[in-house]
Ligand binder design. Structure first.
Ligand code: ADP
Ligand code: NA
Length: 329
């Protein structure tokens, strides 16, 4: 009885790598191209759970907006907006904080990971998943496309929807996750295929960023680790580093790993890395150029975000009004 609504978000950190591209943004664009509208939130309230320089944060918000548009997010069909432009995210977060428990949050794995290295842990980092639940519930979202790493946070959003509904009457749909299980969900580090490609790794050669210049991409791929076998074969368990290169190649071209291995017959892995570099450079160059063009027009990007915020505010207000009536009257 709730209309289908897809919600997703991305933190404006300034780096978007191929893991984010295939695992998140690309899937939103796929959904959108199949006729769905997607709510894309630039999650700046989430960013400030760790210290941010305001000027850099603003630049990164615009850069992320430009990146999403260049990757194919259609801001007319979908709703692209900045989270902090809709204050009801924080307001609903407060209501949800009051119906969750500290014990429920303590076991979430991302908090453990992110707080491990900190001497003083911000409270915001602890309640981060509640804000994520508020993001989703505020729009009565029914579907949330996220990577496997987010599954437990969506579980919390589902629990909070249920708790609220039980306590105050039916209000929120139970949001479903849209987790696909293809190779796009598991882009690996170029330096250590037991780890996922991530912006938090200190070795910057471990990831291919959308904004990397061609010579940087080529260099990183040349330095990508392989193994002691020289042929190109697709064996994800036995040869994860080579399989990762083939997956990236496959995701960009639509060719199957089998087709790719057949074409690479006679090449050693060193030569094959150059083939992958050609593909990556060819696919990313137009996107990089679009991003750079868009970032030269901050006023245009601001206008897109403002319009997105207006549309998001309208949807959020309906829900928030209902919540306030139920909780306070
Ligand atoms: P990072 O791990 O680099 O900090 P984020 O946590 O900001 O990236 O992730 C943003 C989105 O990108 C999430 O939906 C996440 O599931 C997806 N994602 C991140 N890294 C990868 C990866 N290596 N492969 C596939 N998807 C990924
Ligand atoms: Na992450």
């Amino acid at each position: 009885k709730y209309p289908k609504r897809i919600f997703s978000g991305i933190q404006p950190t300034g780096i978007v790598h191929l893991g984010n591209y295939f695992g998140a943004i690309g899937r939103w664009v796929e959904l959108q191209d199949s006729g769905e509208a997607v709510m894309c939130s630039i999650a700046d309230l989430h960013s400030i759970t760790l210290p941010q320089n305001p000027q850099t944060l603003r630049e990164n918000i615009l850069l992320t907006t430009a990146t999403l548009i260049a990757c194919g997010v259609d801001f007319k069909r979908s709703i692209l907006f900045r989270q902090s432009d809709v204050s009801m995210h924080a307001e609903l977060c407060w209501i949800l904080c009051c119906i969750t428990t500290m014990a429920r949050l303590a076991h979430l794995p991302q908090f453990k990971e992110k707080s491990e290295s900190l001497k003083n842990v911000p409270l915001g980092l602890y309640i981060y998943p509640v804000l994520q639940a508020a993001d989703i519930l505020l729009y009565k979202a029914t579907h949330v496309p996220v990577g496997q790493d987010q599954a437990q946070h969506i579980q919390l959003a589902q629990d909070l929807a249920q708790i609220f509904n039980r306590q105050f009457g039916q209000t929120f749909p139970i949001p479903h996750t849209l987790i696909s299980d293809g190779p796009s969900q598991r882009i690996k580090s170029l330096r250590d295929p037991t780890k996922k490609m991530s912006k938090s790794h200190t070795d910057s050669k471990s990831r291919l960023n959308i904004l990397d210049e061609p010579d940087v991409l080529l260099n990183k791929l040349k330095k990508a680790i392989t193994d002691f076998t020289s042929e190109v074969t697709y064996e994800p368990e036995k040869r994860p580093a080579v399989a990762n290169l083939i997956n990236i190649h496959s995701l960009f071209t639509g060719k199957t790993p089998e087709e790719i291995c057949k074409e690479a017959e006679g090449l050693n892995t060193g030569q094959y890395k150059l083939v992958v570099a050609d593909v990556v450079i060819e696919k990313l160059s137009p996107i990089r150029e679009d991003i750079l063009k868009l970032t030269k027009e901050p006023a245009y990007l601001d206008k897109i975000l403002k319009e997105g915020a207006e549309r998001a505010t309208e949807l959020a207000t309906n829900c928030w009004t209902e919540v306030v009536e139920k909780v306070f009257s």
